[in-house]
Design a protein around this ligand. Sequence first.
Ligand SMILES: [Zn+2]
Length: 282
Amino acid sequence: MIQDITPHKLDNAFRNAEPRPTDKVFVFCEGKVLASIDEEGMELPDMSSIASLFEQVQKYAVYAFSVDDKPIFLMLQDGNADKELPAGMEYIELRKLNDAKEDWLAFAAVTASHLNHWYGEHRFCGSCGSRLELSDTERATVCPQCGNVQYPRISPVIMAAVTDGDRLLVTRYAGREYKGLALIAGFVEIGESLEGALEREVMEEVGLRVKDISYFGSQPWGFSDSVISGFFVKLDGKDNIYLDENELSEAVWLSRDEIPPQDSDISITAAMIEAFRKGVKV
Ligand SMILES: [Zn+2]
């Protein structure tokens, strides 16, 4: 999965660090990330090479996290799409970073994008409207007027692989760019347990009852500011599907040998489908 970057290590512990010219930095612009590209592939630019893009590059660089003890910063100001970029640099889609020189970069970029989204939405206090300040001691914003402290928001999502003997329920999303096989998934709502959210989502999306919930694993998924918890669950009762066409374009039962091998190991969706297809999960 995207977070499996061994032997590399992403250390997300907070540090109140100042950027040095050679430190790597994330610059986002309209959902894309700035990359430095040469014939060997792409990598992150360093602080010195983005200086021409910002008026006050030091002031708006915040420590994001470290990879293999190397600090990486995040620009709190979005890049300006109209500004001419230094030679060899380009804003690229996050999903294209799977081809980066460093195999940890895709996960690091999605995590930085999650942070960037959160910082961008926490410039002002939701309680009194004052401009928020960054905490010196932890990853948080602090209101100088009323003391309101905000931490990065992570929204829990459940994912359900519904099985019936040798069959797995697979779906395709309606109205999304991703057209591959999917599983039932949805955000946990206020006052719900993960199990309760799972039962509700399966009922809402395909009209099925389920039982025997077993935990598979989890995945941080900064694309949707979330952490996804994956479960295998068995059909309980009739297998007639009542499709929620707002969410899904298709939901079908596939037997193990009908399931195509997944061509990416990035997502927990693919990991769960593969686990069933290979008989690791029954
Ligand atoms: Zn306030």
